[in-house]
Ligand binder design. Structure first.
Ligand code: G3I
Length: 352
């Protein structure tokens, strides 16, 4: 809860700044006909005390349409790739913060909070770490040094950090990352302690996918965070990535969020997108609008759910088609940056 007051203050500012209302949203006849009163997702979300964010590819901020939607519709931005290890420390001790700094600058100019993603992850991990042949003590030092430099660089600028990302297999066993196999599970507690020392301001999260419903993996996550809390490890939040499939929002999403909230943690929907088999059609898009609304409603029903980040603005920029051939249309804006029915679904569910 360390940054809660700051985030709330930003939310209040956001709600009061008509200039940040989206011209695009106001011109949308469908939205006018719906009777929605909020001019943007960020206004609607702020009015209900939550943030609404998007992942940003900072290379696309030079596209005015992209930048305008990012600025006007969202109150939080996450670096899609720019704060990951392969970008920030491509070789040992050589740091590159240019993309992250651009994002922080964009966020400060548009009254966004910044969500840091991610300090320790098995993917987008440079070869010098993955294949460095370090022993446990050495790798732990490499990890702590990385956290110290990266979280230290951005200290005071970020509302959240995903300290560790995707530490589990889907069956709830520990993913056999180089950190797990070399250091053991204690690398997770070590990472949180290092992040807390480097940035005492950010809320510190553990983030994963396929943990939205109650299942073996979310049970393992629950057990792990319970144990971290028992050990006094500085953990503040759980991120449910929420890369979902059309028509398959887990019915127990709210119940699952609530059990983490009951541990005293914040819960964040960190990477929401809802993919479908292509081509999209009006029936699928209507279902997608219901699905997005269902996720927002579940978050709104859990006071500890502080916000929702969608993973990218438009279908044009989404990671989905590259990884799931034949699937896509997962975002809230289409390939031409026009809002889809999912936009109204989210807006209405936020109370707009
Ligand atoms: O930067 C290189 C560029 O130099 C090279 O020319 C180009 C050629 O393919 O690749 C570029 O790197 C790509 C990188 O995105 C930056 O654009 C990688 O190939 C590509 O694999 C990478 O994809 C990212 C993916 O994480 C990597 O796992 C996606 O953009 C990003 O949306 C995705 O995000 C993850 C979250 O971090 C964690 N949760 C799952 C989520 C979706 O996979």
């Amino acid at each position: 809860m360390r940054r809660a007051a700051v985030v709330a203050a930003v939310g209040a500012l956001v709600a009061g700044f008509a200039v940040y209302g989206s011209a695009q949203a106001q011109e949308d006849p469908a939205r006018d006909a719906s009777g929605a009163t909020a001019a943007s997702l960020r206004e609607a979300a702020a009015a209900s005390g939550t943030f609404v964010g998007t992942a940003i590819n900072d290379g696309l901020l030079s596209n005015p349409t992209y930048a305008n939607i990012a600025a006007s519709e969202f109150s939080s931005v996450t670096a899609e790739n720019a704060m990951k290890w392969d970008t920030t420390e491509p070789s040992r001790g050589n740091f590159n913060f240019s993309g992250g700094d651009r994002l922080v600058d964009f966020a400060n100019r548009n009254l966004h909070q910044v969500y840091g993603h991610t300090l320790v992850w098995h993917s987008q991990l440079p070869g010098w770490v993955q294949n460095g042949g370090f022993n446990a003590e050495q790798l732990n030092q490499v990890m702590v040094d990385h956290i110290d430099a990266v979280a230290g660089h951005f200290s005071g600028e970020l509302a959240y950090w995903d300290v560790v990302n995707e530490v589990f297999n889907d069956d709830g066993s520990m993913r056999q990352s180089v950190f797990q196999t070399t250091i053991g599970t204690e690398y997770i507690a070590n990472a949180f302690r290092a992040a807390d020392a480097a940035d005492p301001w950010a809320n510190l999260c553990i983030n994963d996918y396929n943990v939205e419903g109650i299942n073996a993996k979310s049970d393992a996550l629950y057990d792990l965070v319970s144990s971290l809390l028992d050990q006094g490890v500085p953990i503040d939040c759980v991120g449910l990535q929420s890369h979902l499939i059309l028509g398959q929002v887990p019915g127990d999403l709210q119940e699952n969020m609530q059990r983490f909230a009951d541990l005293g943690l914040e819960v964040i929907i960190t990477e929401l997108d809802i993919r479908m088999d292509l081509p999209a059609d009006s029936g699928k898009l209507a279902q997608q609008a219901e699905d997005y609304a269902e996720v927002v409603t579940a978050c709104m029903n859990v006071p500890a759910c502080e916000g929702i980040t969608v993973w990218g603005i438009s279908d044009r920029d989404s990671w989905v088609p590259g990884v799931f051939p034949g699937q896509g249309a997962a975002c809230v804006w289409d390939e031409s940056y026009q809002p889809k029915p999912a936009y109204d679904g989210m807006l209405t569910a936020f109370g707009g």
